[in-house]
Ligand binder design. Structure first.
Ligand code: 13P
Ligand code: SF4
Length: 325
């Protein structure tokens, strides 16, 4: 009987959530979640945001344990910024396909080919890569980070060629790009957006700068995930086409019940982000397992470019970059 099935299932999920909250208090933990996390994980988190917002929360928290519901480079960044905390990644295999596309050897080759060039590393990189870089950026501040560098500097931008290409178009500066990309954002395509636009001509189009450049060019707004969340809340329009991983739509719908959201592609799902189930969050807190820690000598070198980015003191843009509407 369906009714009985629902009643037996809901209390167990609710029970798990309750047990997570109990353990969270016992461990003096905070739960941070990225905007692409599963809905039930977002609903339980103390803070849901983008890479920059999560880094800042991780740096500022006075909790003893940070349960980082995101992917490995995000948990690693949290640990680099706040090494006295126990940072747990509920599923140790939650990586990032783009971060895996560049190795330290390949970066060293690139630096050797361009001696004197400054390296801007997207935060979607490992600690080893950050340690070889001059400054980090996220999707919410990449334009400003590049603009902060000396006008005559040669700049290597790694690893995302699309974010780098977008920054080039916004700043007019020529960057040495690396051939990295996000397979999830490759699913955000022109045809899908064009079809949705025909169906919903008044819809505002938001695209993440990891999408291919021809897709970003179709957008009214190009920005980070949290800037998207802020933008749809602030915008007077009632319909939005969302060109990024679909998990973000949960937060948008919850915060804007009167507005409509259409995924540019329902298949734009990051398998790594979805690995952190409620069960794994529970196990991580219960057993304090899945700790992400960087050896101190590497941590100190990887910390510098992240801190340089944070020290720029760029105001967190509540709105967005490149709005055409
Ligand atoms: P944001 O910093 O915009 O949340 O992006 C992180 C990411 O990995 C997008 O794929
Ligand atoms: Fe990495 Fe792409 Fe997943 Fe973001 S969406 S975590 S860039 S694989």
């Amino acid at each position: 009987m369906p009714a009985a099935a629902t009643t037996t299932e809901s209390p167990s999920l609710a029970g798990l959530a309750g047990e997570i909250l109990r353990l969270k208090a016992e461990r003096r933990a905070v739960i941070l979640a990225h905007n692409y996390q599963r809905p039930e994980v977002q609903d339980l988190a103390d803070f849901v945001g983008d890479s920059l917002g999560l880094s800042r929360r991780a740096q500022d928290t006075d909790a003893d344990v940070i349960v980082f519901c995101g992917v490995h480079f995000m948990a690693e960044t949290a640990s680099i910024l706040n090494p006295s905390k126990t940072v747990l990644l509920p599923d140790a295999l939650a990586g990032c396909s783009m971060a895996d596309m560049i190795s330290a050897d390949r970066l060293l080759d690139l630096k050797e080919a361009h001696p004197g060039a400054l390296v801007v590393a997207y935060v979607n990189t490992t600690a080893e890569i950050k340690a070889e870089s001059d400054i980090c950026c996220t999707s919410s501040n990449a334009v400003e980070v590049v603009e902060s560098l000396p006008k005559d500097a040669e700049i290597i931008f790694i690893p995302d060629k699309y974010l780098g290409g977008y920054v080039q178009s916004r700043t007019g500066r020529r960057l040495i790009l690396y051939d990295g990309w996000c397979p999830v954002h490759m699913e955000v395509r022109e045809q899908g957006i064009a079809a949705l636009k025909r169906e919903h001509p008044r819809a505002v189009v938001l695209v993440h700068p990891e999408a291919p450049l021809e897709v970003s060019a179709m957008a009214d707004i190009v920005c980070s995930t949290e800037q998207m969340v802020k933008a749809v809340a602030a915008h007077s329009a009632g319909e939005f086409i969302i060109g990024t991983e679909t998990g973000i739509i949960h937060k948008m719908r919850r915060e804007n019940p009167g507005k409509r959201f259409y995924a540019a592609n329902d298949l734009a799902i990051c398998p790594h982000m979805k690995m952190n189930s409620l069960q794994r969050v529970h196990a991580a807190l219960r057993d304090l397992k899945g700790e992400v820690k960087v050896p101190e000598s590497l941590r100190a070198r990887a910390w510098l470019p992240i801190q340089r980015m944070l020290d720029l003191g760029l105001p967190y843009k509540e709105s967005f970059v490149g709005c055409k509407c």
